[in-house]
Ligand binder design. Structure first.
Ligand SMILES: [Fe+2]
Length: 327
């Protein structure tokens, strides 16, 4: 391939009430509000040096407009456009200036139907890493990854590995060695995107990096103090897969956010992907306790980049038993 995808860089989520979203993301979780207007809130973590990593857009229904990757250079966008077009995908250019703070942007529905976006440039802003006086809530540092439910993980895995240049850090297989879930990366951590077998395409969660596990614990205290106890869906705990400390939250519209800390370096080309057996309970939660059913069953609707309508989901026709999403 002749393009260079750098990392997961932003998500564009549609929400129904910007004030409620602001209270949750800014006042409770401590995201930095870079800018806002009557239809958008642009948020970033304390470590981030670009305008935003999360856009909340006012809408009638909650949904996902795009999950977005930063590429190395402007030319990569043209190469990606040619690549997808040659493969028969209908791409869409978002003109420079059509979106706040971001340059020319390419969108495409990926092999699973997920609304992908690629961009090369975003307006720089002050990095607030050492403005400890501004730290509050979860003290969110940066965006880390997307996690998506798709009906055919092997198809997604093959496309991202063979065509888009991702590498696999960890994966789950069943007895027949079919891949049920995969953690794929461009930046040298465990993942930029994970695919899980389930009703899809849907966005399961956006993961944000925290500086340490105590920040996860502190987040729970802050959320409880502010009356957000019911927003805590799963955790805190440690994943077997990725080894990361985690906390899953549901925002006021039901979008799932993961607060995440403590995975590991994956830069070496001879790193061997870690294989997990579907029957191993430690892969989901290292400590062995079960996740709630809603974590398996519920995820965010994704939109068609051309029509703006919800993408129809498919069912991988797993056995009728729960869970419907298998990691
Ligand atoms: Fe995650």
């Amino acid at each position: 391939m002749n393009f260079n995808i750098i990392r997961a860089a932003r998500a564009v989520l549609n929400v129904t009430n910007l004030e409620e979203s602001r209270r949750f993301y800014v006042h409770a979780l401590g995201f930095i509000e870079t800018e806002s207007d009557d239809k958008h809130i642009y948020l970033r973590g304390l470590e981030e040096h670009t305008h935003h990593s999360l856009v909340l857009k006012k809408s009638d229904e909650p949904s996902v407009e795009a999950i977005s990757y930063k590429v190395f250079a402007e030319e990569d966008l043209d190469t990606l456009s040619a690549f997808f077009t040659e493969k028969g995908y209908r791409i869409k250019w978002m003109g420079s200036g059509s979106q706040k703070a971001i340059g020319r942007t390419l969108r495409v529905q990926d092999v699973s139907g997920l609304p992908l976006e690629f961009f090369a440039t975003m307006d720089p802003v002050d990095r607030l890493l050492q403005r400890y006086d501004l730290y509050k809530g979860a003290k969110v540092q940066r965006i880390d990854h997307f996690n998506c439910a798709v009906t055919d993980v092997e198809k997604a895995y093959n496309f991202y590995i063979n065509e888009l240049g991702f590498a696999c850090s960890e994966y789950t297989t069943a007895d027949d060695e079919k891949i049920w879930a995969a953690w794929l990366h461009r930046k040298p951590t465990v993942h930029d995107v994970a695919f899980m077998n389930g009703v899809g395409p849907r966005l399961h969660h956006v993961g944000f990096w925290l500086s340490d596990p105590m920040s996860v614990i502190h987040t729970c205290d802050v959320l409880a103090s502010l009356g957000y106890g019911s927003s805590i869906e799963r955790g805190p705990g440690r994943h077997g897969l990725s080894n990361a400390f985690f906390l899953y939250l549901r925002d006021p519209d039901g979008h799932r956010i993961e607060l995440y800390n403590g995975d590991y370096l994956t830069s070496d080309p001879d790193f061997k992907p870690v294989k997990w057996d579907l029957d191993d309970p430690m892969r989901q939660t290292f400590w062995g306790h079960a996740a709630p059913d809603c974590w398996f069953n519920e995820a965010s609707t994704v939109l068609d980049i051309h029509t703006g309508q919800a993408v129809e989901t498919g069912d991988p026709k797993l056995e009728k038993k729960k869970p419907t999403i298998i990691i």
